[in-house]
Design a protein around this ligand. Structure first.
Ligand code: P6P
Length: 348
């Protein structure tokens, strides 16, 4: 009797894709894919609440003040719990660090199988929840150093990331990740509760037509940023760019990844070192941008080369396609802004 012919379902789930990626990690016996499946599970649980935020009185501030000194939204608290719990049951995770927690949480210090550290922002842009604007979860995965972990072991530069990505809770819910072999996007099919491969091997266009920055801060920015924004606006760079700014980093970066152009959060008077967090916002974004053919700097150096001093370090960020990033570099050189004069260090 002939065996039932294999019926190709016609789609690839993120689990299938991760297992294929897994083969790139010698000696990683499925632990990496098991780790990433913790993130996809958490993403589905957070997504289900984000979609219901207006219905079950989950809106509004939770009341507590988080380590960032910000009033915590209830969804923040829920997302943080879900990410921590989903990752906490993965034996391969030694340490987790969250935007919502002051210090990293050591889950397994003795187990030789616990080889990864996961650093995440459970719900970035949560201040937009009440007005139904896209939010996101970001994550960065690094290898745990040998020996007993101490807090400073987490302070590694972004080029050591073994994987990074985000979940975008937008008009659809997407998981975008890279394990160092290209950037791949998966769209959640709510009917079957699976993330389905929808954007394989994403490439950031070398030149786009959008620039994305909060222009309310322009007078407080260093001269090279002001000059760059004016050139983008004026058509001096060969085309008149269109401004798009959502105020939710994951959504603003996702558009830049798909359509090209540039997204930036320059230094401002209220945030002289930049507002975005290096380890769980800028690093994942920079890792994905470079994997997709783009570039990311803080205005002085490559984001992935930056050495953190604290897990919650802030940074300025300019991320985009090669054309827009090259034009930014030219502005830096012509504007002679003292703090921004040094040439941007090349990738390691
Ligand atoms: P501003 C959201 O609070 C966030 O951390 C990022 O997601 C976003 O890019 C940025 O802040 C927006 O900041 O100052 O423009 O409101």
């Amino acid at each position: 009797m002939n065996a039932t012919p294999f019926h190709d379902p016609g789609f690839i789930t993120v689990q299938q894709h991760i297992l294929k990626e897994q083969s790139r990690f010698p000696g990683a016996s499925g632990e990496f894919s098991w780790l990433l499946s913790g993130i996809t599970l958490a993403a589905k649980m957070i997504e289900s609440q984000v979609r219901r935020a207006g219905l079950n009185d989950i809106l509004g501030a939770h009341g507590e003040i988080n380590v960032q000194g910000e009033v915590q939204q209830k969804l923040d608290v829920y997302a943080n719990h879900v990410m921590s719990a989903s990752l906490g049951v993965r034996d391969s995770v030694a340490v987790i660090a969250s935007e919502e927690n002051e210090h990293p949480t050591v889950l397994r210090n003795q187990s030789p199988n616990a080889r990864y550290i996961v650093i995440f922002d459970p719900l970035d842009g949560s201040s937009n929840i009440d007005v139904n604007v896209s939010t996101g979860t970001t994550f960065s995965i690094i290898k745990r150093p040998n020996g007993v972990f101490c807090d400073n072991d987490i302070l590694r530069p972004g080029y050591e990331q073994v994987a990074a990505g985000y979940v975008l809770y937008g008009s659809s819910t997407m998981l975008v990740y890279s394990a160092g072999n290209g950037v791949h996007g998966f769209t959640l099919d709510p009917a079957i509760g699976a993330f389905i491969l929808s954007h394989e091997n994403m490439k950031m266009p070398a030149q786009g037509s959008y620039y994305s920055v909060n222009e309310a801060h322009i007078d407080a920015m260093p001269a090279c940023f002001q000059s760059y924004i004016n050139r983008l606006r004026s058509g001096e760079l060969g085309q008149k760019y269109v401004s798009r700014y959502i105020g939710s980093m994951v959504a603003d970066f996702h558009r830049t990844l798909l359509k090209g152009g540039v997204f930036m959060y320059p230094p401002t008077k209220s945030h002289p070192a930049g507002k975005l967090r290096l380890m769980y916002e800028a690093n994942p974004v920079a890792f994905l941008a470079e994997q997709a053919g783009g570039r990311a700097t803080d205005g002085r150096e490559r984001i992935l080369n930056k050495m953190p001093e604290n897990v919650h370090d802030r940074t300025s960020l300019v991320v985009g396609g090669t054309f827009e990033m090259t034009q930014f570099e030219k502005c830096r050189r012509t504007e002679r802004t003292p703090a921004y004069d040094s040439p941007i260090t090349n990738p390691i």
